[in-house]
Ligand binder design. Structure first.
Ligand SMILES: Nc1ncnc2c1ncn2[C@@H]1O[C@H](COP(=O)(O)OP(=O)(O)OP(=O)(O)O)[C@@H](O)[C@H]1O
Length: 227
């Protein structure tokens, strides 16, 4: 689905130069639940930004299927992000004045679904993530774990080909973290949803089908843990 070939990402200039990625090559296959792990500063978020089309490499190639991403216009990339990908970040990024349903609806409508279809889809997906009792709640009226599940519903409402998650459990306690990971595993198994998730927690590892471990911007391990 996504191929990176010898990707480098260099931030800054002169003495302030940081080599965040140093020649990373990998392929993400359909249906995988991939964990990107490694210590702080190893390049995990930078790698997620490359595969999720949120940033461009300094050098190297990124392909989605056979499409060379670097050949796409900004508008074409935006369309990819909006219609074909879903994103979950650690800070939920919900609109505080909008209910759970409206936060999800906003994205469904941006995709071009008509009002009625978007409403039905938004409620369905909130039920799927276990929030049937919170549909009309504002973000401020929900726990962190519930808010993150709204963000996951929002990311899933467009049936994305790939769900990208950057440390989605970083602000959650262990119970809510487990709920989010269980939910990811369920949607991966049931909906065959491809998921690429950044994590620095060792206890998350058994959830992944495949682990890509980074060190100093290089892949030092890429393996499928025994189940
Ligand atoms: N916009 C930027 N400008 C300059 N340097 C950056 C920028 N973004 C990241 N870096 C640097 O690139 C390196 C990799 O950063 P990245 O955020 O990808 O690491 P990470 O593994 O996700 O770390 P963490 O677990 O702490 O979030 C780090 O040294 C970081 O300081």
């Amino acid at each position: 689905m996504i191929t990176l070939k010898d990707v480098f990402k260099i931030y800054g200039i002169g003495a302030a130069t940081v080599h965040a990625l140093n020649g990373v090559s990998l392929e993400i296959e359909k249906g995988e639940f991939v964990g990107i792990t490694g210590s702080s500063g190893s390049g995990k978020s930078t790698l997620l930004h490359m595969v999720g089309l949120l940033d461009e490499p300094t050098k190297g190639d990124v392909f989605i299927g056979t499409t060379d991403v670097l050949e796409l216009s900004d508008e074409e990339k935006s369309r990819f992000r909006l219609k074909r990908f879903g994103y979950v970040f650690q800070d939920y990024a919900l609109v505080p004045e909008l209910s759970a349903a409206e936060n999800v609806l906003l994205l469904a409508m941006a995709r071009g679904l008509d009002d009625e279809e978007a409403k039905i889809k938004s409620v369905e997906i909130l039920e799927k993530v276990g929030l049937s009792g919170r549909i009309e709640h504002l973000p401020g009226e929900m726990s962190g774990g519930e808010q993150q599940r709204v963000a996951i519903a929002r990311a899933l409402v467009n049936n994305p080909e790939i769900l990208f998650a950057d440390e989605p459990c970083a602000n959650l306690d262990s119970v809510n973290s487990k709920n989010v990971l269980d939910l990811f595993r369920e949607i991966n198994r049931e909906l065959k949803q491809t998921i690429v998730m950044v994590s620095h927690e060792d206890w998350h590892i058994p959830y992944f089908d495949r682990i890509i471990r980074l060190h100093d911007g290089k892949i030092i391990e890429d393996y499928k843990p025994k189940k």
